[in-house]
Write a protein that binds this ligand. Structure first.
Ligand SMILES: Cc1ncc(COP(=O)(O)O)c(C=O)c1O
Length: 387
C-alpha cells in the first residue's frame, strides 16, 4: 500500500458505547417505510393504517425487550429525549430529586435546570470502583423525595449499578424510580418488574438501531406529564408524528438485542474484553478504572500512566483503531471526565484514560491487532514525552 493511503477494511471500531452501526436486518426492516409505506399512523386511510399497524407491531417487540405490557411503551426521539422527559415530566418546584454524579449529561443537565427552578437535588457520588451504594441512596431520601434517577450501566466504565436494590428502596419510600438504561439495552436483561422502576429509557443507536430513535417504559399510574406538547400521539405522553421507519428499525434492533442475550454473545464478549484487558494490563503503568465492579461485557476503561489520553486516542485513530478518551471538550477547554473524577481519579489520571467498548461483532483478530497498535502507540508517546 502506498504511503498515505488508508485501507478502510483494516479499521477496528472499539467505540460501541458511543454508537453502533445499523444491523443489516434493521436496515432491511426500515426500508419499505421510507418510500412505499409512507403513511402517517394517525391517518384513517389504508396508508395510515399500514403505518399504524407497523407501530403496533414495533411496540410488541420493545415491550418484549422490557418484559412489560405493550401499552407501557412510549416511542421517543432517543436517549436524551427520554431522560429529559422522565426528569422534567416528574418534578415540580419544591420536590426533591436524588440522582448521581456519574449520570450522562442527559440527566445531569435537566437536574441542574430544575435546581435553578426550586427543585432540591442530591447527587450521590460513586464508590472508588464506580458503583453507587444503594444504602447511600436510601440515606438521601426525605419525605419530599419524588424521583430517584440512577443509570443502569455507566457509559464510560460499563459499571453496572445496583438498580434492583434501588428499586426496592424507592418502593419502600414511596418514591418514583427512573433508570437510564441506554447502555444496558442488549447487554443485560431489562426486566422492568425485576428492576422495580417506574420509568426506563433506551436509545436505538446504542444497540444497532437507528439514531434519533428511542423508547421509554412508563409504569401504569406513574404521574408523568408530557415533556413535548402538541398532538395526542403516544397516549398524549409524547406529541409529534411518530417516526415510522425509525420505530420499525428500533423494534427490529430490540428483537436482535433480546436474542443476543441468550445466544452466547455475552460470554464471547466477556472473553474478548478480558483478553483485551489483560493484554493492556501487561503494558507498564496500565490500570483498569472500575476494576472489580460488575460491568457490561463489552467495556473496559484503562488509564495509562504518563500518557496523554487525547494524544493516544489520535495516535490510535491514525493507526485505524477508534476509541474514546477520558476527557471531553467543553466550551473549548479540555475537561477530565466527570465520571472518572467522581470516582476519585485526579485530573492527570482521568486525562490518561481510554474507553474501549466492543461491538457485538468483535473478533479475536480485532483484539490481537488492537493490542499491537496500542502497545506500540503507548511506547512511542512515552518516548516522545519530555523527561
Ligand atoms: C448513559 C447514556 N444516557 C443517555 C445518552 C444519550 O442518548 P442519545 O444519544 O440517544 O441521545 C447516552 C449516549 O451516549 C448515554 O450513554
Amino acid at each position: 500500500m502506498a504511503m498515505g493511503e488508508t485501507k478502510l477494511t483494516a479499521h477496528i471500531y472499539m467505540d460501541a458505547n458511543a454508537t453502533t452501526p445499523l444491523a443489516p436486518e434493521v436496515f432491511q426492516a426500515m426500508r419499505p417505510y421510507w418510500i412505499d409505506q409512507f403513511g402517517n399512523p394517525s391517518s384513517i386511510h389504508m396508508q395510515g393504517q399500514q403505518a399504524h399497524s407497523a407501530i403496533d407491531q414495533a411496540r410488541e417487540s420493545v415491550a418484549a425487550l422490557f418484559a412489560c405490557g405493550e401499552a407501557d411503551v412510549i416511542f421517543t426521539g432517543g436517549g436524551t429525549e427520554g431522560d429529559n422527559s422522565a426528569i422534567f415530566g416528574m418534578m415540580r418546584t419544591g420536590d426533591h430529586l436524588i440522582t448521581t454524579s456519574i449520570e450522562h449529561r442527559a440527566v445531569l443537565q435537566p437536574a441542574e435546570r430544575l435546581a435553578a427552578r426550586g427543585v432540591d437535588v442530591t447527587y450521590i457520588d460513586p464508590q472508588p470502583k464506580g458503583a453507587i451504594s444503594a444504602e447511600a441512596v436510601r440515606a438521601a431520601i426525605t419525605p419530599r423525595t419524588r424521583l430517584i434517577s440512577v443509570m443502569l450501566a455507566n457509559n464510560e466504565t460499563g459499571v453496572l449499578q445496583p438498580v434492583e436494590e434501588i428499586g426496592r428502596i424507592a418502593a419502600e419510600a414511596g418514591a418514583y424510580f427512573h433508570t437510564d438504561a441506554v447502555q444496558g439495552a442488549g447487554k443485560v436483561h431489562l426486566d422492568v418488574n425485576r428492576i422495580g422502576c417506574h420509568l426506563l429509557t433506551v436509545s436505538g443507536h446504542k444497540f444497532h438501531g437507528p439514531k434519533g430513535a428511542g423508547a421509554m417504559y412508563v409504569r401504569p399510574g406513574t404521574p408523568i406529564e408530557p415533556f413535548i406538547l402538541g398532538g395526542s400521539h403516544e397516549r398524549r405522553l409524547r406529541a409529534g408524528t411518530v417516526n415510522v421507519p425509525a420505530v420499525v428499525g428500533l423494534a427490529k434492533a430490540a428483537e436482535l438485542a433480546l436474542a443476543s442475550l441468550t445466544d452466547g454473545t455475552e460470554q464471547r464478549l466477556v472473553r474478548l474484553r478480558n483478553r483485551l484487558e489483560s493484554g493492556l494490563l501487561a503494558i507498564d503503568g496500565a490500570a483498569v478504572n472500575g476494576a472489580g465492579a460488575p460491568r457490561t461485557a463489552n467495556t473496559t476503561n484503562i488509564r495509562f500512566d504518563e500518557v496523554d489520553g487525547g494524544a493516544l486516542m489520535i495516535a490510535l485513530d491514525l493507526k485505524g483503531l477508534a476509541v474514546s478518551g477520558g476527557s471531553a471538550c467543553h466550551s473549548g477547554a479540555v475537561e477530565p471526565s466527570h465520571v472518572l473524577s467522581a470516582m476519585g481519579l485526579d485530573k492527570h489520571a482521568a486525562n490518561s484514560s481510554i474507553r474501549f467498548s466492543l461491538l457485538r461483532t468483535a473478533t479475536d483478530e480485532d483484539v490481537d491487532r488492537a493490542l499491537d497498535i496500542i502497545s506500540e502507540a503507548v511506547k512511542k508517546l512515552r518516548s516522545l514525552a519530555p523527561a
